[in-house]
Design a protein. Structure first.
Length: 131
């Protein structure tokens, strides 16, 4: 079974030794993703909904690189920093996943890495076999 790693170019992937996403067979795992553009620019500072939308689009790009789509997502996990607006996050998640309806966990944590991050999200997908 072939193992494929996907990177997004952030400095954190090299520092911490992980991949943005990993595909093993028909399974795709997307690592915890923050609203980081390019190497280290935070997007949507102070706006939980904007960060979530950016994150989902970033997750979607990683899925595409692995040969998957948002419709293949079966689970999401969302971590919120204190002060994050859970309802804005939930609405942004619903904007993309209303028809897909993956299993989801949404919870507050004590803090995320980086004071400007309000949201971190990970996803798992299963690519359906072609008929």
């Amino acid at each position: 079974m072939t193992r494929q790693t996907i990177t997004s170019g952030t400095i954190f992937e090299d520092i911490a030794g992980y991949s943005r996403a990993l595909r093993q067979g028909n399974l795709v795992y997307v690592s915890g993703t923050t609203a980081t553009a390019g190497a280290d620019a935070v997007v949507g500072i102070g706006d939980s909904g904007a960060q979530t939308e950016f994150i989902i689009k970033k997750i979607e790009a990683a899925l595409h690189a692995a040969g998957a789509e948002l419709k293949d997502v079966v689970r999401t996990r969302i971590y919120l920093a204190p002060g994050a607006d859970w309802e804005a996050v939930a609405r942004a998640h619903g904007k993309f996943f209303a028809d897909i309806r993956p299993a989801n966990t949404l919870l507050y944590v004590q803090a995320l890495v980086g004071e400007d991050y309000l949201v971190e999200m990970e996803a798992e997908a299963i690519i359906a076999e072609q008929p």
